[in-house]
Design a binder for this molecule. Structure first.
Ligand SMILES: Cc1cc2nc3c(=O)[nH]c(=O)nc-3n(C[C@H](O)[C@H](O)[C@H](O)COP(=O)(O)OP(=O)(O)OC[C@H]3O[C@@H](n4cnc5c(N)ncnc54)[C@H](O)[C@@H]3O)c2cc1C
Length: 276
């Protein structure tokens, strides 16, 4: 799709294979969604956000991160990576991951500025040795769009920022939202889609965005303290953590005075920055 315009009760779409008239438009067109930009402009949401900071990759209230991933065919004598592993490091807002596909192939990736250089550097130093058989680069959009559906237009997946802010994973929320979207289309109730998916996992994304904001403003000393807090409570985290529901571990942690007080001491200095 190259262009979109409202025409009467529907939409006119200019595409590389001809023009289309559509009664309903679903923007599932990824991180840099044209449908999202059109919809935000139609609904008057573009000028509301005055916090654009292009140097930091923030536009229209969405923060864009760059992701890189290699598929690596491991050397014959390499002991296979059996579990998903992550490495956190200063200057990397997310983490480096290694996820085994099978005994022979592992996916190693990073979400960071200059990600390719950092990933190559990591691999040069790491024990993961083999041939890169595939490379993937992409954009991860994080944010909460005020409205993702109207009478006959809606957004889903990366176009709607259906992404876990702490990991950058978008497949789970994207698919969950798609189910809700189908339900709303069947009921001829597209405007309600925005409310329904937000009721299901909107709070989870909001909390993740806040946690990410906190994580990104911590200095090296505070980050180390946070990780030592995690380490000291490893059993609790293992029992409580849920891969699809990150807020659970925070909610449970804050019920424990020992963790609450220690976290408060580490984070206290940053409260002003978060509010400001
Ligand atoms: C390096 C990397 C690793 C990742 N790893 C994981 C992971 O392990 N787990 C996980 O959950 N998530 C992961 N993600 C995120 C995940 O890939 C995305 O959240 C997911 O692919 C989003 O799906 P989508 O269909 O919404 O968007 P996309 O997969 O981006 O699909 C959008 C589609 O729309 C098309 N399109 C775009 N613009 C137009 C247009 N104007 N007209 C017509 N078509 C258009 C594109 O060509 C594309 O086919 C990763 C992302 C990156 C960058």
């Amino acid at each position: 799709m190259l262009e979109i315009e409202r025409r009467g009760k529907g939409y006119w779409l200019k595409t590389s294979s001809g023009d289309i008239f559509a009664d309903i438009v679903i923007g599932a067109d990824g991180a840099k969604s044209r449908v999202r930009r059109f919809m935000m402009s139609e609904l008057g949401m573009l000028n509301e956000n005055k916090k654009d900071d292009l140097k930091e990759g923030i536009k229209d209230g969405i923060k864009y991160y760059n992701g890189w991933q290699y598929r690596i065919k491991l050397e014959e004598n390499f002991v296979p990576v059996r579990f998903a592993q992550v490495w956190m490091s200063e200057g990397i807002p997310f983490f480096i991951w290694a996820i085994p596909e099978n005994e022979k192939i592992v996916r190693v990736g990073i979400i960071s500025k200059n990600g390719r250089i950092k990933l190559n550097h990591f691999l040069a130093e790491s024990k993961i040795k083999g041939e890169i058989i595939d490379k993937l680069a992409g954009i991860i959009p994080l944010g909460m769009i005020p409205r993702t559906s109207d009478k006959n237009i809606a957004l889903v997946g990366d176009a709607a920022c259906h992404i876990k802010p702490l990991t950058g994973g978008g497949i789970y929320y994207g698919l969950k939202a798609a189910e809700i979207l189908v339900e709303c289309i069947r009921e001829s109730n597209l405007p309600d889609y925005d409310r329904r998916w937000k009721r299901k996992f909107g709070r989870e994304i909001r909390l993740g965005l806040l946690a990410r904001k906190v994580y990104e403003i911590l200095n090296k000393y505070e980050t180390e303290n946070i990780f030592s807090l995690f380490k000291d409570n490893a059993n609790f985290i293992e029992q409580t953590a849920n891969f699809e529901n990150h807020s659970k571990v925070f909610r449970e942690a804050f019920k424990r005075p020992k963790i609450f007080v220690r976290a408060g001491k580490i984070l206290g200095r940053n409260i002003g920055k978060l509010i400001g």
